[in-house]
Design a protein around this ligand. Structure first.
Ligand code: GCU
Length: 682
């Protein structure tokens, strides 16, 4: 099959056993009660197209309105299904967005039944996934429900048409300050999102531009919502906190000022008149120059609740970002940006409205190659929370390096904070289970653009796919996810599956090896590009992503007894583990402790020797990726083969640049040569 980047993993190529599946897949499809723009209608079309492609049926599958009792695929909501077919599925309980998939062996029917229309659509995508994977569908009888209701993506698109962290081309939503005329790609994107269970997309940058709220742009947003709607994707937007003043012409944006409150109320009404099913607002306030409630000495809760109250009548949601911090002075040994989120948010736990969700980055700093879990997840027990991750590989090679991220995300999802000495995995906190919250889930920063591969790299798409799978079910394993993605994207050849899986599973450890080790953070350029090695930029600035490197050692002492106190933000058992080097795992040793270069790690190596070895190992792994990929020559279409090859060659070279910059940097500081003679001997 030729490269069709826009199809992503929805290529619907026949699996090797396609002919064995034929007999279990009827060729009539009945859609219960779908209007043309409804998700259930897209579901029917998708199903027909998918089946014909996967099972090689040339136009032999038809969509019918005649509800025969046998030999038919029925797609609809549980309500409609029960009306039409009586009590066949009456024992099935379905809640928001979930679905029931069954093959009825006696009637030879397939039931794809959703709690709601979106659920039916998700059921269709799941059924097509199973067929495309060549799974046994003859005994199908499953109910699938998502981990939580929040499964969002955040595009950081600017209204000019560029994208922050743009590696996949310009915006599919905006151009020249307006919503683009041609929204074909936006509709295709919604289809892709829907196939992995994503139910809302924030279309504009968190650093929001208030002109988005002009009447003509609201009409434009309504056009985006129109192309999202058939796929069950709700449009959401980022809001500039100062919009009442910046854009509305008021003299203030104080969130408790009555004129401000009514300005937002009427803006929200205008939005929902144009887009009745809008998802809600994403808010970055009091952060990195963005306006916020602090300007008027109002609390974060007051800041969030003004929007919550305006949105509540329309069932809208406020995603309020926890990414709030101030510039700090590095000479203050107690200063620590990692402390900020808990310090800012803890006092207001319980004061946020029920339709507010605090959106917390997985780690306390900013999507570094290795961070501990944000302690805020254990602190906000009377507040809805969601975890924010980055599909955009901002600090992680910007889609020029292969870095498969589900293993990184799962580390946080599976981390047990042991709140009150009870099992408290982050995934059970964000699903709402642990603290009994109604709302929660995940959000991912994505950066799809007009590039035909969506993200600017074929292999990077496994991260978008993996994000969706984990946001639906955090139990899925990284290996299972990558295998499915490879089969759906590149086919079923065993060698192809093995090689891409191996490359993917080795990729994050490799990147960590040749960038920042032991929790010191990525060591990339943090001042401008966030790309390539630039360890010296980490220190001597107000951003607080410090390494505190000197000629004796490096690392931040974040203990309670002698450091910044960050480790004390965790519940007691976890706090105790991180308090001393002895109980801190090596991979976070320098996150929590300032260590001498000669300090012996638990592995038995010294800190400096670990840096040397890891960097050579990481660059070697990246070099291996080239030969691994080359071994697939002839097994993948030439277009994708060449495109990926070029990237792997680049990564192999750039990993040497990384390796040499970092090892020389620390050799120059420490003066300690590599025991293997690679660094510091001339
Ligand atoms: C990073 C990123 C910014 C972004 C910020 C955020 O720092 O570089 O572009 O605005 O995160 O998450 O808000």
């Amino acid at each position: 099959r030729a490269e069709d980047g826009s199809a992503a993993w929805l290529r619907y190529a026949p699996p090797p056993n396609a002919h064995q599946l034929q007999q279990y897949v009827p060729n009539k499809i009945a859609i219960l009660n779908g209007t043309v723009t409804s998700p259930v209608f897209s579901a029917g079309k998708e199903l027909k197209q998918g089946i014909e492609s996967i099972l090689h049926r040339n136009n032999a599958t038809s969509i019918t309105s005649h509800l025969s009792r046998t030999d038919i695929i029925i797609v609809g909501t549980l309500d409609q299904f029960t009306k039409a077919y009586g009590n066949i599925g009456s024992e099935t309980k379905l809640e928001g967005d979930s679905f029931w998939l069954k093959y009825d062996t006696s009637l030879k029917n397939v039931y794809i039944i959703g709690a709601d229309q979106r659920g039916a659509l998700y059921g269709v995508f799941e059924y097509l996934r199973l067929l495309a994977l060549g799974s046994d569908v003859s005994k199908l009888n499953v109910v699938r429900a998502p981990m939580g209701p929040i499964r969002w993506v955040n595009q950081w698109d600017n209204m000019g048409g560029d994208i922050t962290r743009e590696y996949g081309g310009d915006s599919i939503f905006f151009s020249n300050g307006n919503i683009s005329q041609n929204l074909t790609r936006a509709g295709q994107f919604a289809r892709i999102l829907s196939s992995i269970g994503i139910n809302s997309c924030v279309v504009n940058n968190v650093n929001a531009n208030a002109t988005l709220l002009s009447s003509s742009n609201i009409q434009g947003l309504a056009r985006i919502a129109d192309v999202f709607r058939p796929w069950g994707v709700q449009l959401s937007i980022s809001i500039d906190f100062a919009a009442p003043q910046d854009f509305g012409g008021l003299s203030t944006y104080d969130p408790v000022d009555p004129t401000v409150v009514s300005w937002w109320d009427s803006k929200v009404k205008e939005l929902y008149t144009a887009i009745p099913d809008m998802g809600g607002f994403l808010i970055k306030a009091d952060s990195e120059g963005q306006a916020g409630p602090a300007q008027y000495n109002r609390t974060l809760a007051q800041g969030a609740n003004i929007f919550a109250d305006a949105l509540a009548p329309f069932n809208g949601i406020v995603m309020y970002r926890a990414f709030v911090y101030n510039q700090l002075n590095e000479s203050d040994m107690k200063a620590d940006r990692a402390n900020a989120a808990v310090q800012f948010f803890q006092p207001f736990d319980g004061q946020f409205r029920d339709n507010v969700v605090v959106q917390i980055k997985n780690g306390p700093i900013d999507f570094q190659v290795r961070e501990p879990t944000s302690p805020l997840f254990g602190v906000l027990q009377k507040t809805n929370v969601a975890m924010e991750v980055e599909v955009a590989q901002e600090y992680l090679g910007q889609q020029c390096h292969l870095v498969y991220l589900p293993p990184l995300w799962k580390l946080t999802l599976d981390f047990d904070l042991q709140v009150d000495n009870k099992p408290s995995k982050v995934r059970d906190i964000i699903s709402g289970k642990r603290f009994n919250r109604a709302l929660g889930g995940m959000a991912a920063v994505t950066n799809v653009g007009l590039n035909s591969t969506w993200l600017g790299s074929h292999l990077a798409m496994s991260n978008l796919y993996g994000y969706g799978r984990l946001a639906w079910d955090a139990d899925s394993s990284s290996e299972e996810i990558i295998q499915d993605w490879i089969r759906l994207t590149f086919g079923h050849d065993q060698k192809v599956i093995q090689v891409i899986q191996d490359m993917s599973m080795q990729s994050w450890p490799a990147y960590e090896n040749y960038s920042g080790n032991l929790g010191i953070q990525t060591l990339t350029d943090i001042l401008y590009t966030h790309f390539g090695p630039n360890p010296q930029t980490a220190d001597g600035n107000g951003w607080g992503q410090w390494t505190r490197t000197d000629k004796y050692g490096l690392g931040m002492d974040r203990s309670v007894s002698t450091g910044t106190g960050f480790s004390g933000q965790y519940p007691p058992k976890v706090a105790k583990m991180y308090e001393t080097f002895e109980t801190t795992p090596d991979e976070l040793a320098l996150w929590f402790h300032h260590l001498n270069y000669t300090h012996k790690l638990h592995s038995g190596k010294t800190v400096i020797q670990h840096f040397y070895d890891a960097h050579y190992e990481g660059a070697q792994t990246a070099a291996n990726f080239v030969s691994m990929w080359k071994s697939l020559d002839g097994k993948i279409d030439a277009e994708r083969f060449e495109d990926v090859l070029e990237r792997q060659v680049y990564q192999a070279g750039h990993s040497i640049v990384w390796r040499d910059s970092i090892v020389n940097y620390f050799y120059n500081w420490s003066g300690i040569p590599d025991t293997h003679g690679r660094v510091g001997h001339h």
